[in-house]
Design a protein around this ligand. Structure first.
Ligand code: DGT
Ligand code: CA
Ligand code: CA
Ligand code: ZN
Length: 577
């Protein structure tokens, strides 16, 4: 399908949803929905069509055709933008849940502040919906079923944040069972992959029964899929599979190593074992001839007997970690505790949910040494930012800064990289910010050449210090930009622009492989939360996990640096001290 058709379909479908949410006439919503499908499925490319050509498509009348032409010319539709402004982004996401209508989505947002599918699942679990008018237990079941369907539609894998929340609840519950020697999650989750197929939980204990029963009895467990002596598999109410294996305590290290994977990593380690006359299984490393176990209790011992240092799970992807380990050249990976501050965050001055004071307090509670507030700039029209508003915010932030002893506040903005690489404000205004993040938020459809030129040009602006969510992908929803990222990485290295590792679990952008590629250009990185609420600040752990998968050290990451070093980086080339 042509890209233009697909985009027009998406924007018209969105408009239909927006009309429905805001209680508009049902027939209007249906008309847009019908036109959306018709254009999406239309065999000819609509990109170059005018009103007359479009009207030949069934279901496309004069007014819809005019909107499509507006979109094709300018990349936006005024009426859609206005409708968007009236409805929070999170609510639009909620109506994607089958069985949850637009009206209910709006109620959930207004009454409980729910603005994502994950938050919705969490609220159902906490039984917070029960007090709402029109939401009984029956509705809860329907909503969970709807979330399940939605997630399965995404290929059966879930975001790491969804799996992590579930796994941490399960591990906590199993640790409390009598006889538990150890308990941890393994698999792709321990390796911090961006999406998770199923959750693998390991327990070390003498008896398996009590743990299998405990898992089956958890409130989140919807059904037991398989029940055996060594392994039980259940499906949670949200449709996620959990595999629980109980190992004898003396096999803990070998079991953890085996079930952490990846499979490709395991195949390599097993080959090394064979070369040393050993056999590696989930029960231990043993002598191939005598069968005597030589290592099994800890991962360190297992790796040690293979001539390897302990390998951090995010590296276990068969991307050269074994060879590096054998040479003693594994990187010393960046860790969450190395992060001294967050350099990309929002407040309710634009599309964040929390006021400046709340965001700053939450950041201080995380023990940060510095914290940047980077609300959206004016070219993202729906945010209605102005120079006046952001300067007023700066004054408030400076006053707040004087009250915070341990943490320095930086005033920044997230600029929009325009279609030609231009930015929202002139250079002399940008010079007033401590830090400028620049990101692409529109016109994802440009040619690869235009996209590349555009991003490179933005990086060349001396005030731009961080390229925000560089590829703009949304996991399971939107692919990354079709730009020449090698050229972008080279430009970032040349201009002293850090590449963001955006920690939002739906973004994780750059992803692990892009990070590995970018690092070869000698680029610096910034691991940011892009928080739009206080509850998003902890997303940083996912960005750190992704950075680890990209082999980054603390020195590669500018927000692990002390403030003085960071300030030098931010000031470089800006023509002011
Ligand atoms: P996922 O669940 O698709 O996100 O990915 P994983 O890596 O968690 O894969 P999973 O759940 O199928 O298996 C967990 C680990 O168990 C895997 O990372 C390595 C190990 N494993 C599973 N099957 C095999 C196998 O056939 N050979 C080897 N060597 N290891 C395996
Ligand atoms: Ca798994
Ligand atoms: Ca599994
Ligand atoms: Zn952004």
């Amino acid at each position: 399908m042509s890209r233009a058709n697909e985009e027009v379909e998406a924007v018209l479908q969105e408009y239909a949803d927006l009309i429905a949410i805001s209680g508009g006439e049902g027939f209007r919503a249906r008309a847009y929905e019908k036109a959306a499908r018709a254009i999406g499925g239309h065999p000819a490319d609509v990109a170059g069509m005018g009103v007359d050509g479009l009207r030949e498509i069934p279901g496309v009348g004069r007014s819809i055709a005019a909107k499509v032409v507006e979109y094709l010319r300018s990349g936006r539709i005024g009426e859609v933008e206005r409708a968007r402004e009236e409805i929070p982004a999170g609510v639009r996401e909620l109506i994607a849940v089958p069985t949850l209508g637009p009206r209910k989505a709006m109620v959930l947002h207004e009454e409980l502040g729910i603005s994502s599918v994950d938050q919705l699942a969490e609220a159902v679990r906490a039984e917070r919906l029960r007090d709402l008018k029109g939401f009984g237990e029956r509705t809860e079941e329907n909503i969970l079923h709807g979330i399940d369907l939605l997630r399965r539609a995404g290929g059966g894998r879930v975001l790491i944040s969804t799996a992590m929340d579930e796994a941490e609840r399960i591990v906590a519950a199993l640790l409390a069972v009598g006889g538990c020697v150890r308990c941890a999650y393994a698999g792709s989750l321990r390796r911090m992959r961006e999406t998770i197929g199923d959750i693998d939980v390991l327990v070390a204990a003498e008896r398996a029964g009590p743990f299998m029963d405990a898992l089956a009895a958890l409130p989140d467990t919807a059904e037991v899929i398989a029940h055996g002596g060594k392994k039980t598999s259940v499906r949670t109410r949200e449709g996620l599979q959990v595999d629980l294996r109980v190992l004898p305590p003396e096999s803990w290290g070998a079991g953890l190593q085996y079930f952490t994977g990846s499979k490709a990593h395991n195949i390599r380690t097993r080959r090394i074992a064979v070369r040393r006359g050993l056999k590696l299984s989930e029960y231990g490393l043993s002598d191939a001839e005598t069968g005597r176990t030589v290592a099994s209790e800890t991962e360190e011992e297992v790796y040690g007997r293979l001539g390897l240092p302990w390998i951090p799970p995010p590296l276990r992807e068969d991307r050269g970690e074994i060879a590096a380990g054998l040479r003693g050249e594994l990187p010393e990976l960046v860790e969450e505790r190395d992060i001294r501050g967050d350099l990309h965050t929002h407040t309710d001055l634009t599309d964040g949910l929390a006021p400046l004071e709340d965001m700053v307090a939450a950041a201080a509670a995380r023990g940060y040494a510095y914290y940047a507030v980077t609300d959206h700039a004016p070219d993202l029209a729906m945010q209605r930012m102005t120079a006046e508003k952001i300067l007023a915010q700066r004054a408030r932030l400076r006053a707040l800064d004087r009250r915070h002893r341990g943490m320095r506040l930086l005033h920044g903005t997230e600029l929009n990289i325009g279609p030609d690489g231009g930015l929202d404000w002139p250079d002399d205004f940008l010079a007033g910010f401590d830090v400028c993040v620049a990101s692409v938020h529109s016109r994802f459809d440009q040619s690869p050449e235009a996209l590349t030129r555009r991003i490179v040009r933005a990086c060349e602006n001396p005030h731009v210090k961080i390229l925000g969510h560089p590829t703009t992908r949304r996991i399971g929803r939107r692919p990354g930009l079709d730009a020449d990222f090698d050229a972008v990485f080279a430009a970032c290295a040349r201009t002293g622009t850090a590449l963001e590792v955006n920690s939002h679990p739906e973004r994780l952008d750059l992803c692990d492989e892009d990070i590995l590629r970018a690092k070869r250009y000698g680029v610096r990185f910034a691991i940011d939360s892009d928080a739009h609420s206080t509850t998003h600040l902890p997303y940083l752990r996912y960005g750190v996990g992704t950075a680890q998968r990209g082999w980054l050290t603390a020195d590669d990451v500018i927000n692990t640096w002390p403030l003085t070093r960071l300030r030098r980086f931010l000031a470089k080339g800006r023509g002011r001290a």
